[in-house]
Write a protein of this length. Structure first.
Length: 319
């Protein structure tokens, strides 16, 4: 009999469940629970506030906390790994699999905590993230490019995928024929789905965005001929070749947009304004019914991140 799931969790088949972490808005930020032969793994965790949802989904499936073998953040940005330390405290037998560049940040998250406090302030941090908890380094295994691990009867393989962030890896699951892509394969929000399928956009990070590296990472994921991509933002997307083509074209347009603007003090603001206009037009062309205000509201955070990330990358290139 199919177990009764909580309203924030959905079954995707192949032993995979998508858990809405509740970050910012519904269907914005996902964590994944994978189960095989009674053994479990979480891929991305959301923030501290998501941990009860992750544990609640585990319980709803009739699994004890000691059934979890692995906690796997794709990278250490807080919408993906902010709850990793608290979750590990609740999972006594789990180990963490982490890109080596992320180890120091989760073993001692004080620098991450201070950074978000400096940017957002104490009230917003308490509301959105809570206090980050450290992970005992003894419980962390760092991945190499090509690392494989077992979960029950299936094998998970890791690819280091820079472009969004240097500390990013993606997880290949042969059983589902899918990659768990973090932010490497962009973002696609379900409210923008139409008869033409999902609508994709690339997502940068303020300090480590690298468009050529991101293109290379996407090309590497495609070499596996995946049947699906499991995005943190948000959920599973299929028709992967078409989605990849849309995403790669979007990266090229993003770069061209930035390169076409003068390198002055207003460039970041101009990038943001141009992106808003471009995303509205793209959404309309895709058949999305939302008005401009709804599109702007849904994409506000992505516009700001992409403008910041592109501006910093252009500066690093001397442009």
């Amino acid at each position: 009999m199919t177990p009764a799931l909580p309203p924030f969790a959905s079954a995707l088949g192949a032993g995979i469940w998508c858990i809405d972490t509740g970050y910012h808005r519904p269907h914005y930020d996902a964590a994944y629970l994978m189960v095989d032969d009674g053994r479990a793994a979480f891929i991305d965790t959301g923030t501290n506030h998501a941990v009860p949802r992750l544990l609640g989904t585990l319980q709803a499936l009739g699994l004890a906390v000691d059934a979890v073998d692995w906690v796997i953040p794709t990278h250490v940005h807080l919408d993906h790994a902010g709850g990793a330390g608290l979750l590990m405290q609740a999972l006594p037998h789990a180990r963490m699999l982490l890109h080596p560049r992320g180890l120091r940040h989760l073993a001692d998250p004080s620098a991450l905590q201070q950074a978000v406090l400096d940017i957002y302030g104490a009230e917003a941090v308490a509301r959105d993230y809570g206090t980050l908890q450290p992970v005992d380094p003894v419980r962390i295994t760092t991945t190499e490019d090509g690392t494989t691990v077992r979960l029950g009867q299936r094998t998970l393989a890791f690819a280091h995928t820079p472009g969004h962030a240097l500390h990013h890896h993606c997880v290949w699951d042969e059983a589902s024929g899918g990659w768990f892509t973090g932010d490497t394969f962009g973002v696609s929000y379900r409210e923008f789905d139409t008869a033409r399928g999902p609508w994709m956009i690339a997502i940068s990070t303020p300090v480590q965005f690298d468009p050529p590296a991101l293109r290379d990472s996407i090309a590497r994921l495609l070499q596996q001929q995946p049947r699906a991509m499991y995005l943190t933002h948000y959920g599973r997307v299929t028709d992967v070749p078409q989605r990849a083509a849309d995403l790669l074209a979007g990266i090229d347009r993003l770069v061209a947009l930035g390169q076409g603007l003068p390198a002055d003090a207003q460039r970041e603001a101009r990038i943001a304004a141009s992106l808003r206009s471009a995303y509205r037009a793209d959404a309309r062309a895709h058949g999305c019914p939302q008005d401009d205000a709804a599109i702007d509201a849904a994409l506000d955070n992505d516009v700001r991140l992409n403008a910041q990330g592109l501006q910093i990358w252009l500066q690093r290139q001397g442009l």
